[in-house]
Design a protein around this ligand. Structure first.
Ligand code: F1P
Length: 346
């Protein structure tokens, strides 16, 4: 995360560039569909990409686990654009999904961190995230960088297709430029998060809930907790809670909400009330200055105010820190979690 803040992701000059995909501007203007393939954390970044591309560029997007896609008989045509996302650029399932889509004539873009890895070599074009080496096995800064690239892609495609004007594009890019400073600010909640972690370190389960593009952030928060602390955690769309997970809520169940002041704020508030009414313990990620959620939740963590498109970049930070502190307090090796490999090449 700190490397990202030092400007190793956008906007440092010459780093993240859409140059490769800009050669495909015509294709992007005439696309009917995008298929995103990835595994693990990269798949969660793909889901954020789906929300942003559909919202801003209005292109239909499907997000597939590469590990499933490669073994079924998916419908792919030469009109499709497939975006493969991978930190390592070596994940065997993602490579197999690319080969399958290539055989059917699709155009393939890659979003990779490791320069010169296998995936960039088998894609038609792509973007390097340049987040620097991931030291730990669990993906952290790679996720924020992938989301940054997908956010840029969504705005670029939107502008190419006339869904947003050039001046709107510049407005969004200016907002994106401010994100590293806002992440610095978000990191200042580290000590508060450590105190919250101490209260929940002995939990056996945890739920993460969010709506819209905060739903994939909830999935990623749950995955980080599972991967590094071995606590069973589930991410769900908050609106899905009433269709099942609500049965799990009792005084032993911590529920982490992403409850920033954006389009679904009121609905998330009613979900928090439902959890509190059943004795659940709520940790909420809120926008700076929020009062309504503060009155309801047991613990709140503030993130700086930002446009809705950029919430995934900021809301992820406290969730990563929460998992980190819980894992350290439980004596887990956060860099080398048991049973996990950095690149899954088989
Ligand atoms: C995909 C991934 C990572 C996870 C772990 C296993 O890797 O699932 O998200 O943290 O390292 O592999 P990649 O394709 O993004 O390199």
């Amino acid at each position: 995360i700190r490397d990202c803040l030092r400007g190793r992701i956008y906007p440092q000059q010459g780093n993240v560039q859409l140059g490769g995909i800009k050669e495909y501007a015509d294709k992007l203007r005439n696309l009917d569909r995008i298929i995103i393939v990835a595994c693990g954390t990269s798949w969660h970044a793909g889901l954020v990409g789906e929300y942003l591309i559909e919202e801003y560029a209005r292109i239909p997007v499907e997000v597939e686990y590469a590990s499933e896609f490669r073994y079924r008989n998916p419908i792919i045509t030469e009109k499709d654009l497939v975006i493969a996302i991978s930190q390592s650029g070596e994940t065997a399932d993602t490579m197999a999904a690319i080969e399958l889509a290539k055989e059917k004539g699709a155009t393939i873009f890659g979003v990779c961190n490791v320069v010169g890895a296998s995936i960039p070599r088998i894609t038609h074009a792509g973007v390097y995230t340049h987040a620097g080496p991931e030291i730990g096995v669990a993906s952290t800064k790679a996720f924020t960088s992938q989301v940054t690239v997908l956010t840029l892609m969504a705005f670029y495609m939107a502008q190419q297709r006339g869904a947003i004007t050039q001046s709107k594009l510049i407005e969004y890019l200016t907002e994106l430029d401010a994100i590293p400073t806002l992440i610095e600010k978000a990191l200042k909640t580290n000590d508060e998060i450590k105190e919250i972690a101490a209260k929940f370190k002995d939990s056996r389960n945890c739920l993460f809930l969010g709506r819209g593009s905060s739903f994939p952030v909830a999935l990623e928060g749950a995955l980080k907790l599972k991967e590094i602390s071995y606590i069973h955690a589930e991410g769900y769309p908050a609106a899905e809670m009433k269709h099942g997970p609500i049965a799990l809520i009792d005084t032993e169940m911590p529920v982490v909400f992403i409850a920033t002041k954006h389009s679904s704020y009121e609905k998330v508030i009613s979900n928090i009330q439902e959890v509190k009414a059943r004795g659940g313990r709520v940790i909420a990620i809120v926008s700076e200055g929020d009062t309504a959620v503060k009155d309801m939740a047991d613990y709140v963590i503030e993130i700086p105010q930002t446009g809705e498109a950029f919430v995934p970049l900021l809301a992820t930070i406290p969730l990563q820190l929460l998992s980190y502190h819980i894992a350290v307090m439980r004596g887990c090796n956060v860099d080398q979690p048991r049973n996990l490999a950095k690149s899954v090449t088989v």
